[in-house]
Design a protein around this ligand. Structure first.
Ligand SMILES: [Zn+2]
Length: 504
């Protein structure tokens, strides 16, 4: 199969036509192409960029969230009550943010009981690290698990943190492999609509089910799913990690899905004030939560080194970044590793230098600025000036862009807008946060394509070059010299390995 694309505005090229043969870019032409083609596609002056690669998000979670009541645009209790009114058996809501809510507080047990007390209610905070529950839900949890109150399970207030969340969810959710497969196929549609051709995803903890059920679902879809998936394998305990290793899963392939690197949640979130910080949060003694000791992280790294597996670990706070870097530094070095810190938005200058020395990359989410700009000074005081150092990261270590969708919109174009402008759309009166840390448009596109491919260890992906895999995205009404146009431009076509998987 040989296809010619014409009337293309090709990124960083003077060519206006290109050909794709057997899933690979064949040639780019300024003049007339040679030979015969099976088909000719007119792109109507659409802009062609390499397919977007979201370097960290929750692919299965795209549907997990889509099946819940979204509270992101809700600011009053009356509105929440209205949204909860017609639910019959279980209320699952997400994207709650107290910072934009009338009470300025989490929805505690008492508040939720006033909204609905007849059926269980579970509300996830926007960060995904805090779960709020009503009395009915807590009764059911107590009947099944018999929890004791702890710093991660505030039963009186009905608030659960971190790993307690999946424990609580396990009482309510148990999707079958077939249901998971159906969700993955729906998630793929969402990604393609946004021009995303590769997705590096943490799916193992989306549902409180054995991780192998997720792997089996991907295996069953190995001839069906077309998107490239890199599974950031979230194995919360060393026992689970050992189980995964013993079963030979590292680097395992199912069609375009690959297992690896390792994912761990080393700390919490900024909004939940659970990100592990060197200095306490403003006006408190709290320095956040570290979920793993350095010794445990070293035990993971030792196992990963033995099977040549990289790590992509969640680190929001500077102290979380530091402890991961300590663990890497104190473990036997593995040349050629492609380790990364996911998030790294409160990682300070000191840690950025250490990342450079250890060649540890970053998977960053500029779109978090949309929510975080008003929080930084309020929660962190003077440390705010040492956050979101994305230009420093980009200039010194491999730095890929990602959204962490679905906790924020999956849109690459909006994400690039934030990477470049450093502004919040939700809080337009606030100044750009450290504008000198903004990326250029070209850097942001590279972070969304080439660097993503680097972390997938795929050297034939992420660029418009002859011989490379023909993954590309066609965008309408975009001006690559005008960042504001990114907010109104539309994805017109998405192509994976030469196959058109989405057309507007
Ligand atoms: Zn995430």
């Amino acid at each position: 199969m040989r296809t010619l694309y014409i009337n293309a505005d090709i990124y960083q090229s003077n060519a206006t036509k290109f050909s794709v043969q057997d899933g690979r870019f064949e040639a780019f032409y300024e003049g007339l192409p040679d030979g015969d083609f099976d088909e000719v596609i007119d792109l109507n002056d659409g802009t062609v960029v390499p397919g977007f690669n979201d370097a960290h998000g929750h692919f299965l979670g795209l549907m997990y969230i889509a099946r819940q009541i979204a509270l992101d645009a809700v600011t009053t209790l009356a509105e929440v009550k209205e949204l909860f009114r017609d639910e019959k058996t279980l209320i699952r809501a997400s994207l709650f943010n107290e910072n934009t809510f009338e009470t300025g507080a989490l929805l505690d047990r008492k508040t939720l009981d006033e909204l609905r007390s007849d059926i269980p209610v579970l509300v996830l905070r926007v960060c995904g690290h805090v779960l709020m529950a009503n009395s009915k839900a807590i009764e059911m949890v107590q009947g099944a698990l018999g929890l004791k109150p702890s710093d991660k399970a505030d039963l009186d207030r009905g608030i659960f943190y971190e790993e307690m969340i999946s424990e609580v969810m396990s009482v309510f959710l148990d999707p079958s492999q077939e249901e998971i497969e159906a969700d993955l196929l729906e998630s793929e549609k969402i990604a393609f609509k946004h021009g995303i051709t590769s997705f590096q995803t943490d799916d193992f903890i989306t549902y409180p089910v054995p991780y192998e059920r997720i792997i089996r679902a991907y295996e069953a879809l190995q001839d069906t799913l077309k998107i490239r998936i890199q599974q950031q394998c979230h194995l919360k305990t060393l026992e689970l990690m050992d189980d995964f290793l013993a079963k030979g899963y590292p680097h395992q392939r199912y069609g375009r899905t690959v297992m690896g690197p390792s994912k761990l949640l080393v700390d919490g979130s900024l909004g939940g004030q659970t990100a592990a910080m060197h200095a306490p949060y403003a006006g408190s003694e709290n320095t956040g939560l570290l979920n793993y000791s350095k010794e445990t992280l070293k035990a993971y790294i030792e196992r990963l080194n033995a099977v040549d597996m990289d790590l992509s670990w969640h680190a929001i706070g500077d102290r979380a970044s530091a402890v991961i870097l300590d663990a890497i530094e104190e473990s036997a070095p593995r040349p050629g590793h492609r380790h990364a810190l996911i998030h790294a938005q409160l990682t300070g200058k000191e840690e950025v230098t250490r990342m450079q020395n250890l060649n540890v990359g970053a998977m960053i989410q500029p779109i978090f600025l949309d929510d975080d700009i008003p929080l930084l000074k309020r929660l962190l005081g003077p440390k705010a000036k040492d956050t979101y150092l994305f230009r420093q990261l980009f200039d010194t270590v491999p730095t890929a862009l990602s959204t962490d969708a679905p906790i924020v919109p999956i849109s690459p174009l909006q994400n690039i807008y934030h990477a470049v402008t450093r502004k919040s759309l939700k809080h337009p009166t606030w100044d750009a946060h450290l504008p000198e840390e903004g990326l250029t448009i070209a850097q942001a596109i590279r972070g969304y394509t080439e660097v993503g491919a680097y972390f997938m260890r795929d050297d034939e992906l992420g660029a418009l070059k002859p011989g490379f895999k023909a993954d590309f995205t066609v965008i309408k009404d975009i001006d690559l010299n005008d960042i504001n146009s990114f907010l109104t431009a539309q994805v017109a076509m998405t192509v994976v390995e030469g196959e058109r998987v989405y057309t507007a």
